[in-house]
Design a protein around this ligand. Structure first.
Ligand code: F6R
Length: 365
């Protein structure tokens, strides 16, 4: 049932205050402000020398965000891999690694094959998974549930932010176990996690602005998404969302790579979406934005109040997201890129919930 919403995708975007609250509630104890694995499971993070995160599509981008978290908050080296590449590459594996598989359905063929490969090689495995009865959930050593609820729209939205919530919680758990985070750090970070649902409610207020500028954006043939740090995978996810449902060609790039190639694409017909919350990298991203503007590229800046002031004159359009600790920014900034893709697709009149050629669960390779 879509309720008052025109598409499941929009309904699922608007469910994110509840779906993230459920997922965070499974990992964070609100009373003592600590994080732990659900269902009394244990993973000995002091025994792991590295983490492999393996997934496909949107779930892979969640893993790419998690790499930044695990390395920063737990000082654990992370390798991210696309499951279809990993399984055939003959990867050199550390026996002391934790392999994490991120999957909404728990049935993706390549991800399942990668899980079995890791188990044959004696690694500890964990699944960040939305369907607890799925094959990948059943076959993994630990289950890290995402409690997004059933996702009907083929383009993943609430499952993605739930994956980010599980992985963020896991990074805090790992950081604490490894002595990288103090009790005070854990309190601070769990407080940030608990703020996510409320901040998502605020972020959803960009809906009308996204709808308005979708009219212009829907005329583009190509769109570039740029971001730094955790906003780099969010840029890739934004581009994937746009191409999946609007059929506009889009690419996500690390903003610092602009000069190394993609800047050649910039002209007045190639809009650039810059995702730039206030963090230590803001100034650098703003200067990338000015380089784009100097080549007559139209910029859509997605930022907070402060970023909008710093960036002021340059962007053609701005979407304002809530200000927040950089830790949770990738979760909040997922919302404007979802709404943008959604309204561009609506503007183009495509079949939003059932985009052409795509299946919700890819059980053949
Ligand atoms: C994109 C999308 C896909 C899936 C991918 C993995 O919106 O939904 O890219 O993320 O097919 O699927 P799961 O998570 O079921 O393994």
């Amino acid at each position: 049932d879509k309720g008052p919403y025109r598409h499941y995708m929009l309904k699922e975007i608007f469910e994110q205050p509840e779906s993230t609250a459920r997922t965070i509630g499974a990992y964070v104890n609100a009373v003592d402000q600590t994080a732990q694995l659900p269902n009394e499971q244990e993973l000995d993070f002091t025994s792991f020398d590295r983490v492999y995160i393996i997934a496909c599509g949107t779930a892979y981008y969640a893993g790419c965000v998690a790499k930044y978290w695990f390395e920063k908050y737990a000082k654990l080296p992370v390798e991210t891999d696309i499951a279809s590449e990993f399984r055939y590459r003959e990867p050199a594996l550390s026996k002391n690694a934790l392999a994490i598989f991120v999957t909404q359905s728990g049935e993706t063929a390549d991800t399942l094959a990668a899980l079995r490969y890791c188990q044959e090689n004696g690694l500890t495995t964990a699944a960040v998974v939305n369907v607890p009865t799925s094959t990948i959930a059943r076959e993994s050593d630990a289950i890290l549930p995402t409690l997004a609820g059933a996702e009907v729209g083929v383009a993943s939205t609430k499952a993605f932010t739930a994956q980010l919530c599980s992985l963020a919680s896991l990074a805090v758990i790992a950081g604490r176990a490894r002595g990288v985070l103090t009790e005070k750090d854990e309190t601070h970070l769990t407080e940030q996690l608990m703020q996510i649902p409320g901040r998502i409610t605020e972020a959803l207020k960009v809906e009308n602005a996204a709808k308005e500028l979708a009219v212009d954006l829907s005329k583009a043939r190509d769109v570039l998404y740029l971001g730094r740090g955790t906003m780099f995978p969010i840029a890739m996810e934004g581009a994937l969302k746009l191409k999946e449902i609007s059929y506009i060609h889009a690419e996500g790039y690390a903003a610092g790579e602009l000069k190394h190639g993609p800047i050649a694409l910039i002209d007045e017909n190639t809009p650039v979406v810059m995702i730039a919350p206030t963090d230590p990298l803001l100034e650098k991203t703003i200067s990338n934005m000015q380089e784009v503007a100097a080549r007559h590229g139209k910029v859509l800046l997605i930022t907070d109040e402060n970023g909008a002031k710093v960036g002021a004159d340059t962007p053609a359009w701005t979407l304002i997201a809530p200000s927040c600790d950089p830790f949770i920014a990738p979760i909040l900034y997922s919302v404007p890129i979802q709404l943008l893709a959604y309204y561009v697709a609506v503007e183009k009149g495509t079949d939003v919930d059932q985009p052409r050629n795509l299946a919700k669960s890819v059980t053949v390779e």
